[in-house]
Write a protein that binds this ligand. Structure first.
Ligand SMILES: Cc1ncc(COP(=O)(O)O)c(C=O)c1O
Length: 398
């Protein structure tokens, strides 16, 4: 038996939708992308959504926007941005790439997200923004986080790449801050293989993001008409009004994820069903002696799971490597919780981002004791759930 991170990611319908685009020969970004952006924005209850070629690109756009000369309230070189130390590489690097200073904050063990007390203690006069990284479908207490941001006048950016469809107090993650970013990479809640989205509510931000995504171009009518005075000198089809990248998705990506989007609610339900089934089988097994633990869901949290986080008991820390190897051998794919304690990565040393050698005890504990397994978008059979749970329990036998 095998239990990969995700199985049968694409239905035959999804593939047919992708093939239709190929056959139409309209492969570059066009109306399918627009339709998906509109549907995504409506669903998540955000005014604007802009599709890009990855979640990393969405994060890059978020910081390019926040430092852009067209933005009134913008971040300046040297401004401090708070980031949880359990983050993805491309949550962090856009901060550094835009001349800002990342300030790492430890996580809370109950939700794997920013510890809000430690966050508030880390705020200085130079702090201007908070980057939330919603881990595996979970978040901090977003109401408290908003209060802190308001008190200190901080911009909020939400890296929601792992948490599309999760809600805190009935509001979608990604919609609490100035911008929210999402990933449609292979094992995420919905996928186009590669793909991403950035959302915002402010039309000025939308305008900046559209240009940044496409070469700094003014291609949309509502932007173009602001530059009429240039028409006599410059062909309006090639008017460049901002700096830019090319982070556009293809129509094939848009068609694939638009087809997946129709099944988002059933995917969410099934992932939750599978999670509950595996946990139930583990904790009701007579061999269960708390050798592994799961997270409880906090009040007000309605998670759309990305994966199932597991912590091995302290006494098995030295066995964890062997245990993960054992699980891989049994066909059960595992991953670190994002990338563990990011401060340990060689790239942090390369860029001198922890010269004061701070310790982050909770993130370290997550790195030492934590990992996650996938949650499939189809309901799993009892037989497969039993296979997974029995093997998960074997840490004290190997
Ligand atoms: C928290 C987080 N942010 C950003 C990304 C980057 O997304 P992508 O792989 O689509 O570039 C990931 C990747 O999975 C992630 O987990």
């Amino acid at each position: 038996m095998k239990y990969p991170l995700l199985s049968n990611a694409f239905s035959s319908r999804d593939i047919a939708e992708g093939q239709k685009v190929l056959k139409s020969k309209q492969i570059t970004m066009s109306h399918k992308t627009k339709i998906f952006e509109k549907k995504f924005a409506n669903y998540i209850r955000s005014k604007y959504a802009i599709m890009v070629n990855s979640g990393s690109s969405a994060n890059l756009l978020a910081f390019s926007l926040m430092t852009n000369p067209m933005r009134k309230n913008r971040l300046k070189p040297g401004d401090e941005v708070i980031i949880p130390v359990v983050c993805w590489s491309t949550s962090l690097w856009p901060i550094v790439q835009h001349g800002l200073k990342p300030i790492f904050v430890d996580i809370s063990l109950s939700n794997l997200n920013l510890d809000l007390k430690k966050l508030e203690n880390s705020i200085t006069k130079k702090t201007k923004a908070i980057l939330c990284v919603h881990v595996l479908g979970l978040s901090s207490n977003m109401i408290k986080l908003l209060k802190i941001a308001k008190k200190y006048n901080l911009i909020i950016i939400e890296d929601t790449c792992e948490s599309f469809g999760s809600k805190y107090k009935n509001k979608f993650l990604g919609t609490f801050g100035d911008v929210g970013t999402f990933s449609f990479y292979y094992s995420h809640q919905i996928t186009s293989g590669e793909g991403g989205m950035i959302i915002c509510n402010n039309i000025r931000d939308y305008e900046i993001l559209l240009s940044l995504r496409s070469h700094g171009w003014a291609r949309d009518k509502f932007i173009l008409k602001k530059y009429k005075k240039y028409y006599s000198k410059i062909d309006p089809k090639f008017l460049f009004v901002n700096s830019g990248y090319n982070l556009r998705p293809t129509e094939i990506q848009a068609a694939l994820v638009l087809s997946q989007f129709k099944r988002k609610n059933i995917f969410k339900k099934n992932r939750n069903f599978n999670r509950n089934l595996i946990i139930k089988l583990v904790i009701e097994d007579k061999k269960y002696q708390k050798q592994i633990k799961f997270l409880n869901v906090e009040k007000n949290m309605d998670p759309s799971w990305f994966g199932l986080a597991i912590l091995v008991d302290k006494k098995f820390i030295n066995k964890k490597k062997k245990y993960l190897k054992f699980l891989e051998k049994k066909g059960i794919e595992t991953r670190p919780i994002i990338s563990g304690n990011f401060i340990n990565q060689p790239a942090i040393k390369l860029y001198g981002l922890n010269k004061k050698k701070y310790n982050f005890n909770n993130a370290q504990m997550i790195e030492n004791q934590g990992f996650f397994i996938g949650l499939h978008t189809q309901k799993m059979s009892n037989k497969l759930a039993e296979y997974v749970s029995k093997n998960l329990l074997k840490i004290n036998e190997i």
